[in-house]
Write a protein that binds this ligand. Sequence first.
Ligand SMILES: [Cu+2]
Length: 123
Amino acid sequence: MRRALQAPALPVLLILVFLAAVAQPVWAHAVLMQSKPTTNSTVKGPNVPIWLRFNVRIDGKRSHLQLIAPDGSTIPVDSPKQSAPDVLESSVSGLKPGAYKLQWRVLASDGHMSNGVVEFTVN
Ligand SMILES: [Cu+2]
């Protein structure tokens, strides 16, 4: 009796595990994989190109970047362009030396927003 119940359970479990593994990249929120400037790096100012690559396709039109200056003020960043479905690109100019925080908020292919921060220094 026990055997008869267990027998179908294992294949079903394996299928669920397989589906979970396969589905993950499709359903994951956007996670930042690579950036320029890189986190905690020091870059040359005053003009700084911004390049962010995520783990999934993102909707550039519904994504937003802004920069927090060393004095805490917010510097708007031009609407990002997409050179690839998982990339956002923009640039900022006129940056003075100091510590900056690039805040990103993006809409991923699964319909969820996610956000994060890249801290870097301009010299
Ligand atoms: Cu999600």
